[in-house]
Design a protein around this ligand. Sequence first.
Ligand SMILES: Cc1cc2nc3c(=O)[nH]c(=O)nc-3n(C[C@H](O)[C@H](O)[C@H](O)COP(=O)(O)OP(=O)(O)OC[C@H]3O[C@@H](n4cnc5c(N)ncnc54)[C@H](O)[C@@H]3O)c2cc1C
Length: 416
Amino acid sequence: MRYSILSVLGQALKGQKDWKPVWRDAEPKPAYDVIIVGGGGHGLATAYYLAKEHDIRNVAVVEKGWIGGGNVGRNTTIIRSNYLLPGNIPFYEKSMKLWEGLEQDINYNAMISQRGILNLYHSDGQRDAYVRRGNAMRLHGVDAELLDREGVRKMYPFLNFDNARFPIHGGLLHRRGGTVRHDAVAWGYARAADQRGVDIIQNCEVTGIRVENGRVLGVETERGFIGANKVGLAAAGNSSRVAAMAGLKLPIESQVLQAFVSEGLKPLIPGVITFGAGHFYISQSDKGGLVFGGDLDGYNSYAQRGNLPVVEDVCEGGMALMPAIGRLRVLRGWGGIMDMSMDGSPIIDKTPVDGLYLNCGWCYGGFKATPASGFCFAHTIARDEPHELNAAYRLDRFRTGRLIDEKGVGAQPNLH
Ligand SMILES: Cc1cc2nc3c(=O)[nH]c(=O)nc-3n(C[C@H](O)[C@H](O)[C@H](O)COP(=O)(O)OP(=O)(O)OC[C@H]3O[C@@H](n4cnc5c(N)ncnc54)[C@H](O)[C@@H]3O)c2cc1C
């Protein structure tokens, strides 16, 4: 069923009774050409681009829970391509370009909203770092504008300019950044992949990976063995556990990241703002709630919930930046499991096991990468070699020392 203005009108006349399920509830077949482990944004996008770009349609996405239950439905919906390093900028800019055409491509309203993202700076040194970043972005064809204090005040007059502990000196504005409705991305890619023949198998945990003579043969699941020529792992926060089933030890730590949403307000914050003197960022959802978050909880965990000290820390950051939010009531908070890599950049690569491929290490920022990650992972699986855009995201870079240390904090995952 194609969605269009005519289908919406037609359904309205029929009392909304004829809508079809968005994807089939597939039963596992005995074997597939490709199995993707993990039905998050990255797994679903990979399946979609395998079918669309490489005509590989005998594909299953095997998900232990429900579609949208992982980080793809838990993030704070921010997309951007304001990176600094050569390995990262072209990849994230490809993602931005794919976002820009995604709704037409998959025929699904993902509420993509390029409302702009502003990174604030609070010192001369931080300004110089943003000048460098902005120049690197512009050299790669990405938009970037440096605002001074008055430029920021014009956009966001309610920020704390006058009595702040960390006075705002200006900001780096990336107008094409913004937000996307996160779970619609999962549903849209699931539907588009399903329409191209991909089986989406929910409530089916992968419990083992069968490997013989160095080659993958398929996956053990709660519903029995499913054979495959190739297996792609896209399990985000559970990557280390899933890869361990094939005997791989990953340079990844799993840590909790929380986010929060307030009661609904009339339109207040037109774009996304990040505080430069602490880890705090905020935007407003189309429903009116302020959506905000901050740092990791700071310990390793597989629990999808966090603890109170970080709630306090995040709210302190918010109060320092924008004291007016002190009068708001927080409606909900939640946590997700982050696959923190040692240099803060992702891994999209082959593994030492033939036919087994790896996609992980997304840290705080994998939602914005969803389209390019799926596009490049599909290429890597189909062609058995990386796309030029993920050539730097190698698994062995931690051994060879070719780190992509965007934040410059070294092998310290809790600092990324
Ligand atoms: C609070 C929070 C805020 C964030 N904010 C942003 C943001 O604003 N912008 C941004 O770019 N990124 C953000 N992120 C990061 C982003 O959400 C993740 O990096 C990204 O979603 C990870 O990829 P995914 O969608 O494929 O993950 P997931 O949706 O987590 O997909 C992985 C799937 O694998 C499944 N799985 C695991 N083990 C198995 C198994 N054994 N068998 C079968 N299935 C299995 C899981 O159930 C899960 O559904 C945020 C994350 C959190 C938690």
